[in-house]
Design a protein around this ligand. Structure first.
Ligand code: DX5
Ligand code: ZN
Length: 216
């Protein structure tokens, strides 16, 4: 099975988003990944809902929102208003993760839970049956262009095992440090979706790079 590819807008040219989004529309990308940061949960601030409103209007691909903020449950309505297909919240940012997941689904979106590199897959045992996707970070969240943490490969395998053992239908997405070198191992380990920021937007030919990653 070919992996799905979700280019991350974080590495796009923010002064010319229209050009980059139109490129994504023409490409074989499956989703557009949106990294929303607050400068508290992660040491960086990216873009917020006033910017994303215009991105959503231009983008023809399903939107995969990744909330790197404290208390993401407070922003379910804003993500829903964008028309997002998927809302990913961090395990580490949700005191009442079960409630937040239910509220995302009640808002008509698919619900994803995200794990930082230091959070083991075993923490998902009691929620795996409720989520549509698990997003495993391949780097510490906050910045594009970081080096892939190899242990993520073991986590993909652990998660694949947990999913089969729990009869869950959750998809596995990996985000951070994904490129031509690291992508193949991730697919072999069981990843369904690869997020790629720098690998796509800093490539000489982003459309070809998306096609290449899809055919790894
Ligand atoms: C990191 C973000 C990623 C980032 C990935 O905090 O969650 O989505 O854009 O960037 P690359 O692919 O360059 O590592
Ligand atoms: Zn992300």
């Amino acid at each position: 099975m070919k992996p799905m590819i979700a280019p991350s807008l974080l590495s796009a040219n923010f002064a010319d988003l229209r050009t980059d989004i139109e490129m994504i529309n023409r490409s074989e990308a499956d989703w557009l990944h949106l990294d929303i940061m607050d400068g508290v949960f992660v040491p960086n601030i990216s873009f917020g809902f006033p910017v994303l409103k215009y991105v959503a209007e231009l983008c023809e691909k399903p939107l995969d929102a990744h909330l790197m903020i404290v208390e993401p449950g407070k922003f379910i309505h804003e993500v829903q208003a964008l028309g997002a297909m998927m809302m990913n919240v961090h395990y580490e940012a949700c005191t009442h993760l079960h409630r937040t997941i239910q509220q995302i689904k009640e808002a008509g979106m698919k619900a994803g839970v995200t794990l930082n590199p230091a959070t083991p897959v075993v923490m998902l045992e009691d929620i795996i049956g409720e989520v549509d996707m698990v997003l495993l970070m391949g780097v510490n969240p906050g910045f594009g262009g970081q080096k892939f943490i190899k242990h993520t490969l073991d986590k993909v395998r652990d998660l694949r095992e947990l999913i089969s053992r729990s009869a869950s239908t959750a998809l596995i997405e990996v985000d951070g440090g994904v490129n031509m070198e690291t992508g193949k191992g991730l697919i072999e380990a069981g990843a369904d979706i690869l997020v790629a920021g720098n690998a796509v937007f800093k490539a000489d030919n982003p459309i070809n790079m998306i096609r290449f990653l899809k055919n790894l």
